[in-house]
Ligand binder design. Structure first.
Ligand code: ASP
Length: 497
């Protein structure tokens, strides 16, 4: 029997996983309550309540309606963390009262689709496990092989320029779409209040997470005090600094020693890339499980409320991915678009299902080096750098989100403020770690710079998971497009000589 190609397997896994998740979806009117009883713990389910209340010290602290599943979970978490007293939950259902005292946890129910999520988590862990040794070894070899400083300088400048230019274009597209579509003025006030109260606690947590990010410190901290700390903490920007400096300096030492070290890292890089092939054997299962769990757990009702915001982000990401990169590849790189987009499919699918450019890096390297046959040194230098600092999808989404939140809160953003968005977003997208959900934390920094209430992210938290998946496709495609464009211009320059 003919073997089904990997990209077809992954595509099938995406489609089947989505269908499986939709079939075994999590009931939005059901909660699983864990509470203490007779010195043991009991788990019981409640569904279809007409009202629900959280009671502390015999007084009702919050009251909810039938569709408030997420609000109940988030509020409970908040009180559970801050209150030393035992929490009681009371539900009214068909005129009956259900009471649970000494509640320990409140969560959504599990279904077959969410039970298989560990298979997906395992897949992400395998890919993330490769990311750091791969970045270090490919960047060291990449930087050292572009040995003469003129060449490294020219490629370095091209790489940074294209990364910055594409990011600025992405934010501009985001800002234009958000101003034209004006999603914040199209959302009704009941939905606004509902979103704010459902995600109030979660948004406060994210705001705290972003508090310790200051722009000056951020640049100073690119230099690690201890390289091994940087590696063990997985701080990508510091790791990139370490690898580039190491690679460049390596070219300055005695040839015999340099070659030994280079050969070692080249071997590490090849081993890591070989591991990708092995791990990709479970890719279809991992992708299936990740998509099934996400779809099963996703509150699709929220999509209709935020439809204009989602539309603005998705249209923008589509333009950036296919038109902006397409134009760059065609006119600057003189590369066939069909070849590029066909060869990059696996990286896009893995980016979408893992929501992490770092976890996808091994696949992006494989697509660009082996399928696009791009110069190994250039890909090894440009891609790990891009996975860390180039996040056009994230930047575009942050632009739309900032304007959306400003519109909802009734702020009119001036041109100067919109320019502030461009500058802070470029910096934020460089600082965004290439892992799921960090884009929204950096958004808080942008909102603070504009004096827009950061708790506004409560409005968009409910759809962030899905948009994170889509913006990661753009992030990954952007890195690959820049690598292929630069390699092709270098190739042509060589031929002309
Ligand atoms: N998930 C994105 C990435 O890894 C980052 C983000 O936007 O949160 O590329």
């Amino acid at each position: 029997m003919k073997k089904v190609p990997l990209h077809v397997q992954i595509l099938l896994a995406l489609i089947l996983g989505a269908a499986f998740g939709a079939f075994f979806s999590v009931d939005k009117n059901k909660l699983e309550i864990t509470f203490k009883k007779d010195s043991g713990q009991i788990v019981e389910s409640v569904s279809n309540w007409s009202t629900a209340s959280i009671i502390i010290n015999d007084s009702t602290v919050s009251k909810f309606e039938p569709n408030d599943q997420i609000a109940i979970i988030n509020k409970f978490k908040h009180y559970h963390k801050s209150s030393k007293n035992s929490i009681k939950l009371e539900f009214e259902k068909e005129k009956r009262k259900l009471e649970f005292s000494e509640v320990i946890a409140v969560r959504k129910e599990h279904t077959l689709a969410t039970y298989i999520k560990p298979v997906g988590d395992l897949f992400i862990r395998l890919l993330s496990f490769l990311a750091i040794p791969l970045v270090i070894s490919t960047l060291i070899v990449g930087a050292a092989s572009l040995s003469d400083f003129k060449k490294l300088g020219s490629i370095g400048i091209k790489t940074f320029s294209l990364y910055i230019i594409t990011t600025v274009i992405a934010i501009t597209i985001g800002l234009v779409l958000a101003n034209v579509i004006s999603p914040g003025n199209r959302i009704d006030s009941t939905s606004k209040e509902r979103l704010k109260s459902s995600f109030q606690e979660e948004s406060a947590e994210k705001a705290v997470e972003s508090l310790d990010i200051s722009i000056v410190d951020f640049f100073v901290e690119i230099v690690p005090k201890n390289p091994f700390d940087a590696i063990s903490n997985g701080n990508m920007l510091q790791i990139v600094f370490l690898a580039v400096i190491f690679g460049i300096t390596l070219t300055l030492i005695e040839k015999k020693k340099r070659d030994t070290v280079l050969e070692f890292f080249d071997g590490v890089s090849d081993t890591m890339i070989k591991m990708v092939d092995i791990f990709m054997l479970i890719a279809p299962f991992g992708v299936f499980a990740l998509i099934a769990a996400t779809i099963a757990d996703f509150g699709f009702e929220i999509i209709s409320t935020l439809i204009w915001y989602i539309a603005a982000v998705i249209i923008g990401l589509f333009i950036q991915t296919y038109i902006v990169y397409g134009a760059m590849l065609k006119w600057i790189g003189k590369v066939s678009l069909k070849d590029f987009f066909l060869n990059i499919r696996n990286a896009q699918a893995i980016g979408f299902s893992t929501s992490s450019s770092a976890a996808t890096l091994p696949i992006t390297l494989d697509c660009v080096e082996n399928k696009m046959k791009t110069n190994k040194e250039i890909a090894g230098f440009v891609l790990p750098l891009g996975a860390t600092i180039n996040m056009d999808g994230t930047a575009l989404y942050q632009g739309v989100a900032a304007v959306f939140i400003a519109q909802v809160y009734g702020f009119d953003l001036t041109i100067v403020q919109q320019l502030t968005i461009v500058i802070t977003t470029v910096l934020a997208s460089i600082g965004t770690a290439p892992v799921p959900g960090v884009g929204i934390i950096m958004l808080v920094m942008i909102l603070n710079a504009l004096n827009i209430p950061a708790q506004g992210i409560a409005l968009i938290l409910g759809v962030d998971r899905i948009l994170d998946m889509i913006r990661t496709i753009t992030n990954v495609t952007g890195d690959a497009a820049v690598a292929v464009t630069i390699a092709s211009t270098e190739e042509r320059a060589k031929l002309r000589k």
